[in-house]
Design a protein around this ligand. Structure first.
Ligand SMILES: Nc1ncnc2c1ncn2[C@@H]1O[C@H](COP(=O)(O)OP(=O)(O)O)[C@@H](O)[C@H]1O
Ligand SMILES: [Mg+2]
Length: 382
């Protein structure tokens, strides 16, 4: 098979070209800043974003690989946004959702009378995306015959609408995504080897969520904030600290999409306020860690003695098998306790501060810094 391996090899050289680590760090910061909609603090996500920054500078095809719900479309949009094509269109199409005969006309267009029902000419996505990027999601499901037509676009930058002899020029960058192993599809003769090589010029792998557990709490907070904004309950929803721990040990087969749906479901069902481990659907409670001693200890101490000393309130939580991020855990624990104190006192900062053994000023500063104030509760300040 006439496979042009030069481009393939060049791509790998391109991806591993050695930028100095300082410029990598600063460019990572820039990328993170520009792509602030992509949440995550894991090194795995850093590596993905670094790759995104590199592939965005090129105009070669990209193949994004990752389980369903990992954020492949988000990454594809990010590549477009960082590329020179940013001012032109980004057109997304899901190859598995459209029947074969329709897919061809959606992609390449047709002329009037090309087939029964083709009453007028239709522009295809390759024409509409001219100058921009086309995102071919679930490329593994593209029918064999169309794979050949796509290969022609990639190799010769040319295509013909259905029923036309006219050759059109395609100035389109192709970003494809798959959640199946395309190499296996090639071995099974479901996917053309030559097309695979053409697409896999710049491979980007988006790791599954369970491979980057550090992102779970960040994503939980992000979607919690989104849901809170959307519902605007009297008391914004918040997670009890144990919820973060328990969910960190979930396997997330549906990845970020599953997490997003779970948060929305919990916020709607609880109607605002605290979301505890027991509010989780049973299949999510597997990661439950014996007794949630940390909060219990602190909470009960505070109830018994509002001005309890640090010593008395020392948490005795068990360290989970897989470890925790201590700084983050403590911050979440604090946030949770502050919100509980605000909730219990009807947002009265003086009384909440007393409950927490803090100065009022310290409490107010912390609430501001972490944007914790219940959005909607009437302020009953003294
Ligand atoms: N790192 C992330 N930060 C914020 N939202 C994310 C992230 N990854 C995925 N999402 C969200 O999760 C959902 C699924 O992502 P999507 O890109 O459609 O996944 P895929 O294409 O891999 O199935 C979308 O709503 C997306 O915005
Ligand atoms: Mg998708």
């Amino acid at each position: 098979m006439g496979v042009d391996m030069t481009k393939f090899n060049n791509a790998h050289h391109f991806l591993s070209s050695s930028d100095s680590s300082a410029s990598l760090t600063s460019s990572l910061q820039n990328i993170r800043h520009t792509l602030s909609e992509i949440k995550g603090q894991s090194q795995a996500m850093d590596r993905v974003l670094q790759t995104v920054g590199k592939v965005a500078r090129s105009d070669s095809p990209v193949l994004i690989n990752g389980e369903s719900g990992t954020g492949k479309e988000l990454i594809a949009r990010a590549i477009h946004r960082l590329s020179q094509r940013v001012s032109r269109r980004f057109v997304a199409i899901n190859c598995s959702a459209i029947p074969e005969n329709l897919l061809e006309s959606e992609l390449f267009g047709h002329v009037k009378g090309a087939f029964t029902g083709a009453e007028s000419r239709r522009k295809g996505y390759f024409e509409e995306a001219h100058g921009g990027t086309i995102f071919l999601d679930e490329i593994g499901d593209m029918p064999w015959r169309l794979q050949a037509k796509l290969l022609r676009v990639l190799q010769e930058k040319q295509f013909s609408p259905i029923g036309s002899n006219e050759t059109k020029f395609a100035d389109v960058r192709v970003v494809a995504a798959t959640n199946v192993n395309l190499e296996k599809a090639v071995a099974d003769k479901d996917f053309r080897l030559d097309l695979f090589y053409r697409l896999n010029v710049l491979p980007v792998r988006v790791p599954a969520l369970h491979e980057r557990k550090e992102d779970i709490s960040v994503l939980l907070n992000h979607f919690l904030e989104e849901s809170n904004k959307q519902h605007n309950f009297m008391n914004p929803a918040y997670f009890q600290p144990e919820v973060y721990q328990v969910l960190q040990n979930h396997r997330w087969p549906g990845n970020v999409r599953e997490l997003q749906n779970l948060v929305e479901r919990l916020v709607v069902i609880t109607g605002g306020g605290r979301i505890a481990v027991d509010d989780l659907p049973p299949e999510y409670r597997h990661g439950k860690i014996d007794e949630p001693k940390v909060t219990k200890t602190l909470e009960s101490q505070i109830q018994q003695d509002p001005v309890s000393s640090v010593d008395k309130a020392a948490p005795e939580g068990d360290l989970p098998e897989l470890g925790i991020n201590l700084t983050e855990y403590i911050e979440q624990l604090e946030n949770s306790l502050i919100l509980q104190a605000l909730e219990r006192t009807g947002n009265n900062k003086n009384r909440a501060a007393k409950l927490l053994g803090l100065n009022r000023t310290t409490l107010v500063e912390r609430i501001k810094k972490r944007k914790l104030a219940p959005l909607n509760s009437p302020s009953r300040e003294l």
